[in-house]
Structure formats: structure tokens, C-alpha cells
Design a protein around this ligand. Structure first.
Ligand SMILES: Nc1ncnc2c1ncn2[C@@H]1O[C@H](COP(=O)(O)OP(=O)(O)OP(=O)(O)O)[C@@H](O)[C@H]1O
Ligand SMILES: O=C(O)[C@@H](O)C(=O)CO
Length: 423
């Protein structure tokens, strides 16, 4: 049994982001979609990332799926568990980060878990327990307008306290910069004070590595992909990681498509960058709601486009349009209509020979990957920080890049296919 690190990710783009980090840190990683069957074989993987679509699920579902994932990972031999959530702490006032952390702590019989969504390379830093996106507090950033998880508070201690039964305390930047011994001393002081969740400040990769080193003996660690940076070194130092071979690259031939459901500023900028250059279509949510065959029309249109250039189909809209749509159909139904349509379009396009797909948005990626029936992904080359190409394991060849809504520069879509062309 080779799995030494098990991860539970609350969405699919977050899972590939984490898997990408672990690969860069020299681990053999498999990402599985949903909780696998008991007899699923992950080969010689040293880390397995279970991708769930639990970020916005009802709390009890998110908890039970996460516990099932935990059981499966422990069955594979994983002794350290990483609960991966968004670097912008995407959650509702009920969860699911707090309730899942509580449930994992209870199941792993531990009184303490680190809480650290920092991802400095993508502008997410934590200072005095407050999460920043670039130079803005989370609550002032575009995340305040997220369609499903609007983030209106940047104080991670308050957010954890509101969502969980445990109490949160701060591991301040002074301790973090002083290194693993100081971090461990602070954790011990928090534990003695009955604190269960240690929110760790981090503004640089070095801070995350120091926190990672301090977490060597923690059975549960929670955070963004950044918190994973230091964990493979611990395993190496313990002699539990043999050297991993270079990552497999997806050399998949086929037509190229971008499917976007993310309404983030970053994704809307990426759409704007290709709108006048590529064949592009936007989904009409009102026509979907009226029961018209929007999916069929999109498939006909897509297949009529000249072979060669990538195409783009998107539902993404600006905050004002999203608000109007949600007011008409409700938040959940509005989101589901777009996700379901993009999932069905992905299936139709794959059957028609589109085998290189970029999907923008975590919930959207969950819907698309599930509709495609993909069960596991191999991690390939990185396109932009936190976004690798992946290749579906088994089935008809398919290269997938699952892009977190906020990740990537304006030219991301072009960059993505350029990376694949070099493989
Ligand atoms: N025009 C629209 N009106 C209402 N909702 C929409 C519209 N277009 C997309 N959506 C929904 O917005 C949600 C976007 O969430 P998604 O997780 O896909 O993106 P994101 O949050 O930007 O990405 P990430 O989770 O990776 O940060 C999805 O549920 C999607 O269906
Ligand atoms: O941490 C992040 O920002 C991403 O991996 C993510 O979870 C987006 O959904």
C-alpha cells in the first residue's frame, strides 16, 4: 500500500489545483472523482485527492460524503488527511467548511486542525486572521458578488466560529515567520486554551512551508492548495516517499472547446479576450427555463464550426445579470440550469470528437466531469498557477483543464491550448 497522504477536496477545480501542487512537490498523485468503490485501484499513487462537489451541497450531504471519502482514504493507508477548500474560503453561513472540519476532527479523534486557505502565488494572503485577495480584504473583493457563496466577511476566526462547533484561535505571522518550533508552541498554547481551529497567518510560500513542517504529525490539516506545499517534504524526511517519475502529459488529439460557467471577474475577462477571435456562443438562461432545446442548438452550432480553431460556450454573466436571473428562478435553480446545460453540451461534444476541453468554474467543472462519466484524472503540465491539464483515466481519450473561477490571466484560454500543442 503506497498511499501516504489522502485529500478531500470540496470541488473539482480545487482538487486539480491541489493535485497539481502535490505533483510539483514530487509526489505521484491520482485524482478520483467522487468517493470511489472499495475495489478502485489507484496504482502506485502516493497521494490520492478525492474530488467532491460538496462546497454548496446541503450540510448533511457534504459531511456524509466527506466522511465516506475519509473512510476510503484510510482504507488505502492514508495516515494524514488534508481537507482542501477554496483559497477564498467559499462557503455559506452554515458551511460547509466548518461542519466538515468538525466531522473530520471527530472521526479522526483529534482536538485540533489548522485552518489556512492562503495561496500567495495567486494573491491570497492571511494577516491577523483576515483573508486578502490581492490588496483587498476578501469581503471587498469581487468574491462579495459570487453567485453561490458571496463572501461578506474576511475574518477567518469569525467565519470558523460561526460555521463550526469548535473555537478558533490565531497563529499570528510573528510565530509563523519564527518557524516550525514557534508555530508548534503556539498550537500547544491554543490547545491548552481549548481552541480547536488554528487560523494560521501566511503571506509567503516560506510561511506555508513552515506551517506545513509544523503539521508533520497532524492527522488532519485544512486549507487551500498552498498548505500542501510543505507536506511532501515531511513524508520524505520520514523516509515514506520514494522518488516520483515525471508527470504524465496528456497527448490527446481532437477538437478544442472552452465551457465556462464561472461568473468571476477573471473568467469574464478571459471570455472577453477571445470573444471577437473565436466562434463563441452564450447560453440563454430564459430559453433553457422555457424548456427550449438550447443544448441541441449549441451542439448543432458547435459541430458546424470549422475544425481547427477552439470554440467557446458560456453561461457566465456579470453580477447584475446574475442577480436578475437568480431573482427570477432562485439561486439554486439558476445555477443548476447552466450547469446541467453545460454538462449535456460537454457529453454531446465529446461524442462528436471534441477531446480537449477547458472548463471554467468549480461547480461547473463538477457538473461537466460528472456528466462525462469521468472517474479519475491523471495530472499533466501546468497552464497557469493552480491549473494543470489532466487526462481522463480510461474511456475515450479526453484532456481536461478544470480552471478555478478566479485563476489564470486574461490569455488563459489561448495559453491552455498552446500548452497542449507543445506536448
Ligand atoms: N448567467 C448565469 N446566471 C446565474 N447563474 C449562473 C450564470 N452563469 C453561470 N451561473 C452559475 O454560477 C455558478 C458559478 O460557480 P462555479 O463554481 O462554476 O464558478 P466559480 O465559483 O467562479 O469557480 P470556483 O468555484 O472554481 O472559484 C454555477 O453554478 C453556474 O451555473
Ligand atoms: O483554492 C482555490 O482558489 C481553488 O483551488 C478553488 O478551490 C476554486 O474552486
Amino acid at each position: 500500500m503506497t498511499v501516504v497522504l489522502g485529500a478531500i477536496a470540496d470541488d473539482f477545480t480545487g482538487a486539480t489545483d491541489l493535485a497539481n501542487t502535490l505533483v510539483k512537490e514530487g509526489m505521484r498523485v491520482v485524482q478520483v472523482i467522487g468517493v470511489p468503490d472499495a475495489d478502485t485501484d489507484v496504482g502506485d499513487a502516493q497521494a490520492v485527492v478525492v474530488a467532491l462537489k460538496s462546497r454548496t451541497a446541503p450540510v448533511d450531504q457534504a459531511v456524509s460524503q466527506s466522511l465516506q471519502a475519509l473512510d476510503w482514504l484510510r482504507g488505502q493507508g492514508a495516515e494524514q488527511i488534508l481537507f482542501k477548500y477554496c483559497s477564498t474560503f467559499d462557503s455559506t453561513e452554515h458551511g460547509n467548511i466548518g461542519p466538515v472540519t468538525d466531522a473530520l476532527r471527530a472521526a479522526l479523534d483529534t482536538d485540533f486542525a489548522l485552518v489556512c486557505p492562503a495561496f500567495p502565488a495567486n494573491g491570497r494572503t492571511i494577516y491577523q486572521g483576515h483573508l486578502f485577495v490581492g490588496d483587498q480584504l476578501l469581503s471587498d473583493s469581487p468574491m462579495k458578488n459570487h453567485p453561490l457563496t458571496p463572501m461578506r466577511d474576511a475574518n477567518l476566526l469569525r467565519l470558523m466560529d460561526a460555521q463550526s462547533t469548535g473555537r478558533a484561535g490565531l497563529i499570528g505571522l510573528g510565530d509563523v515567520m519564527a518557524g516550525p518550533e514557534a508555530i508548534l508552541a503556539r498550537i500547544e498554547a491554543l490547545r491548552q486554551a481549548g481552541i480547536h481551529h488554528g487560523v494560521a497567518d501566511a503571506v509567503r510560500d516560506e510561511d506555508l512551508r513552515a506551517i506545513g513542517r509544523a503539521a508533520a504529525r497532524h492527522v488532519l490539516v485544512t486549507g487551500g492548495s498552498g498548505i500542501a506545499m510543505g507536506l511532501p517534504d515531511n513524508l520524505r524526511a520520514q523516509g515514506r516517499l520514494d522518488p516520483a517519475a515525471p508527470t504524465v502529459t496528456p497527448g490527446v488529439a481532437g477538437r478544442a472547446v472552452v465551457l465556462a460557467g464561472s461568473c468571476s471577474e477573471a473568467t469574464r475577462g478571459q471570455i472577453a479576450a477571445v470573444r471577437d477571435l473565436w466562434p463563441v456562443r452564450k447560453l440563454d438562461v430564459d430559453r433553457i427555463a422555457a424548456g427550449q432545446d438550447v443544448v441541441g442548438e449549441m451542439l448543432d452550432w458547435a459541430c458546424a464550426q470549422p475544425d481547427g480553431a477552439p470554440i467557446l460556450i458560456y453561461g457566465s454573466a456579470d453580477p447584475e445579470e446574475v442577480r436578475r436571473t437568480q431573482a427570477k428562478y432562485g439561486v439554486t435553480r439558476a445555477g443548476e440550469m447552466v450547469e446541467d446545460a453545460l454538462g449535456r453540451i460537454a457529453t454531446g461534444l465529446h461524442a462528436a470528437g471534441f477531446a480537449r476541453m477547458v472548463v471554467a468554474g468549480g461547480e461547473t467543472s463538477g457538473a461537466v466531469v460528472s456528466a462525462l462519466g469521468v472517474t479519475a484524472l491523471r495530472i499533466g503540465p501546468e497552464i497557469a498557477t493552480g491549473v494543470p491539464w489532466t487526462e481522463a483515466v480510461g474511456g475515450t481519450p479526453l484532456a481536461l483543464a478544470l480552471k478555478s473561477g478566479n485563476f489564470g490571466g486574461p490569455a488563459f484560454f489561448d495559453d491552455a491550448f498552446a500548452v497542449l500543442d507543445q506536448v
